[in-house]
Design a protein around this ligand. Structure first.
Ligand SMILES: [Zn+2]
Ligand SMILES: [Zn+2]
Length: 311
């Protein structure tokens, strides 16, 4: 974890804060942020520029790693020089990923400080699981696997139409990385009691209804069509600008995920998924994808990219 003493995400939400008060937690974030600034850390427009520059460099590094990987796959091995280059690139990528994470924490802290007046605590129970799902859309900053150190993601059983609090868990993103026929890390953690409390901007209209009501609203055909059209527009807009989704990145490559739509979807909640830019059909590239199978994820996506959720 960087200077944030809490788990947070780019939506400006704090996680794992059930037993704390909003005032205490936000005061702690401000202290950390001020101390970071005093030490000369980049903030505001500077950190945005910094993130843009580092993302550009990360893309070149990833492209070159992919190029060497393809070379190795076609010729069976790499010469010494290429192997050294590969090691250097991997080390540079690790360094960039950790610097990018720090920058994302700064942005999250700024978002929290800006919106402190509308941030409230939400206790996750049967009626508010959609708030947790909404926040699971964005990368959680600061949650790493105690076995392998990779980032962990909030997960739940995706086939449920309405998830219950007990259906959520932390899953290591090493699960998505395959080595031979094995997954690199399959570590999961149960949510602790404290994980069932969030501090977030509660003015989103999606949060004024219960999880069940929200699920019902989304089964309306007219609503479904409107959301689908907005997502199609967003998808083509992002594609035109060669951009990924701001708040979700591939844990391996660190690049923003690309919004994609399935060819033969059976409905809105089966249609969209996020994929790493190095993803290819039939497991040919990076295997990191995330299915967007809940209205909450779609709401978080639309809210963060267009300023308006689904209601
Ligand atoms: Zn792990
Ligand atoms: Zn990837």
């Amino acid at each position: 974890m960087g200077f944030l003493d809490r788990l947070a995400n780019g939506l400006g939400t704090l996680l794992g804060v059930l037993v704390d008060t909003t005032v205490q937690v936000i005061a702690g974030i401000k202290r950390g942020y001020e101390a970071y600034k005093r030490q000369g850390g980049a903030t505001g427009a500077n950190v945005v520029d910094d993130l843009t520059r580092k993302k550009d460099r990360l893309r070149s590094v990833n492209d070159e790693i992919m190029h060497l990987r393809n070379q190795r796959m076609s010729s069976g091995s790499l010469n010494d020089r290429a192997r050294r280059r590969w090691d250097d690139l991997r080390a540079e990528r690790d360094q960039l990923l950790s610097e990018l994470n720090q920058g994302k924490e700064v942005r999250a802290a700024e978002k929290i400080i800006e919106s402190e007046n509308v941030i409230d605590k939400v206790e996750i129970d049967l009626e508010t699981t959609h708030v947790l799902q909404y926040n699971a859309f964005a990368d959680t900053l600061g949650k790493t696997c105690r076995i392998c150190g990779r980032p962990m993601k909030l997960q739940w059983k995706r086939d449920l139409s309405v998830a219950e609090p007990k259906d959520f868990y932390w899953g290591c993103t090493g699960w998505y990385i395959q080595q031979g026929d094995k997954r690199v890390c399959t570590h999961t953690e149960k949510l602790q009691r404290n994980d069932y409390g969030l501090m977030t901007d509660t003015t989103a209209p999606e949060f004024s209804v219960t999880a069940e009501e929200f699920g019902i609203i989304l089964t309306d055909k007219g609503t479904e069509d409107v959301i689908d059209t907005r997502l199609r527009d967003l998808k083509s807009d992002l594609a035109k600008r060669h951009r990924g989704v701001e708040l979700a990145t591939c844990p391996v490559h660190g690049e923003n995920m690309v919004l994609r739509r399935k060819q033969n979807a059976t409905g809105l909640l089966d249609a969209y998924f996020l994929a790493c830019p190095y993803w290819q059909p039939n497991n040919a590239g990076c295997t990191f994808i995330e299915k967007l199978k809940s209205g909450s994820q779609l709401a978080a996506l639309l809210k963060s990219e267009t300023g308006r959720g689904v209601l």
